[in-house]
Design a protein around this ligand. Structure first.
Ligand code: GLV
Ligand code: MN
Ligand code: MN
Length: 437
């Protein structure tokens, strides 16, 4: 680098650093907003239930849009209901840097999963504006539609569609448990834009950073405030249907019964066995959902639908668990004369964080005196799909006892404040082509 250029960057760099040194994250404000968001819930507190496009979720969306506008962001939405808030930079033609997460919540979960990344993103923008920071690249905050699979059986709907990982005709095929199609539901939620216009091109963003609670105990155990995520585990979901024969629970004797639930029970144990079969700590498999028909105490179950969640940090053992379960199902079906079918709803590869982004973030941690560890995300996130179109990384903050997807989920105001601070610093660094060294 020439001396003049070098001096120029040096001065610019110093003035940014002075500006950012005054950054104030208002943790009370974020906590208040998290509390307010938690009131948009269909479960009694402290539990939170917020299912995609329910009246409650739609009201929460209005709240988020308002917060984005109050922070001075220009708000727009796409045909799947992703909400974008843009802070236009000095060079609006450059691909923006982006951050965000989700606000939908699975039944009876907590108030921090996803919401910390959305409300933390709003606070990061407010704090940067407050100290007079001016980005070169635009900064975009994204609230993704339906990161959780609750309503349509598939997680990360918004980020899949946005990144072209889920085509409009696949979206159109999705149905909820009332048989309502995704298109019908989003239409009545007021989203009627053309689904063909949702997907953006690779490179449309310069980078994506997601702030999230860890949802595991590693940071708390290590007593560290920050986790930098290096990769995200590979998730798969299967839906199994078992067709047996119903009948009177008293009148039909045991020999020759074709009890679909008894077959399902064997399969549940095989799912557990599948995870142990790899011999890896990182292999997990869960049956989290089952519907029993007809569902009467004095009637033999004739029809079962169950959904299985399978994950590993590496794809090959994840795939071997899927194969193990398929083979087990075939055997159980034959033995019990149950008609069994299996549908793989998704089987996604793992993702890796961007090496340059991680470099910037390690430096930011050092600058802010935040001790960190690097870790794998065992949960999936919208980042998994954003990584298909731009470099990505995630900031994890600790959560109490590693609890998540349950009402006891908790991150302290200080933990949140530190995560938001690192997010703000990182957004400032990467939106201004901050020299990486
Ligand atoms: C996301 O909520 C996940 O299940 O990992
Ligand atoms: Mn979740
Ligand atoms: Mn989440």
């Amino acid at each position: 680098m020439g001396k003049v250029v070098h001096d120029f960057w040096h001065v610019v760099l110093e003035s940014w650093e002075m500006t950012l040194a005054n950054l104030q994250i208002d943790q009370d404000r974020v906590v208040e907003e998290l509390e307010k968001l938690a009131t948009f819930s269909d479960a009694p507190e402290p539990a939170v239930t917020r299912i995609l496009f329910s009246p409650t979720e739609l009201a929460a969306r209005a709240y988020i849009r308002q917060l984005m506008r109050d922070a001075g962001l220009a708000v727009r939405e796409d045909g799947v209901g992703n909400i974008f808030g843009r802070w236009t930079g000095a060079q609006p033609d450059l691909p923006p840097v982006s951050t965000g997460s989700h606000i939908d919540a699975i039944p009876f979960s907590g108030r921090f999963d996803g919401t910390v990344g959305v409300l933390g993103g709003v606070e990061a923008v407010r704090a940067l504006k407050q100290v007079g920071f001016q980005p070169e690249r635009s900064i975009e905050l994204i609230m993704f539609t339906s990161e959780e699979p609750t309503r349509f059986g598939l997680g990360c709907l918004g980020s899949r569609a946005l990144t072209g990982s889920l085509a409009p005709d696949q979206l159109a095929e999705l149905q909820d448990d009332k048989g309502r199609s995704f298109v019908e539901v989003r239409n009545s939620a007021g989203y009627q834009q053309n689904l063909n216009e949702v997907a953006i091109k690779p490179g449309a963003y310069d980078a994506f950073i997601e702030l999230h609670i860890e949802q595991g105990p590693r940071l708390e155990q290590a007593n560290l405030p920050i986790g930098l995520v290096t990769s995200i585990a590979a998730p798969a979901t299967m839906r199994v249907t078992l067709e047996g024969e119903g009948g009177h629970a008293g009148a039909v004797l045991m020999p020759g019964r074709r009890d679909a639930l008894a077959a399902a029970s064997e399969l549940i144990l095989a799912v557990e066995q599948a995870a142990f079969s790899t011999g890896r700590r990182d292999s997990v498999a869960t049956v989290g959902l089952m519907q029993i028909h007809p569902g009467a105490v004095n009637s033999i179950p004739s029809h079962i639908v169950m959904e299985i969640d399978i994950r590993d940090t590496a794809q090959a053992p994840r795939d071997s668990m899927v194969a193990f379960i398929q083979a087990a199902l075939e055997k159980i079906g034959k033995k019990r004369q149950i008609e069994a079918s299996i549908e793989i709803l998704n089987a996604d590869p793992p993702s890796q964080s961007g090496a340059d982004l991680l470099k910037v973030m390690r430096k930011a941690c050092d600058k802010l005196h935040l001790e960190y560890m690097e870790l794998v995300s065992r949960a999936y996130h919208d980042t998994l799909f954003m990584s298909k179109i731009c470099p990505t990384a995630m900031i994890f903050i600790p959560c109490k006892n590693g609890y998540s997807h349950r009402p006891e989920e908790y991150a302290s105001p200080l933990q949140i404040q530190r995560g938001v601070r690192l997010l703000a610093q990182t957004l400032a660094d990467i939106s201004s082509n901050y020299p990486a060294n």
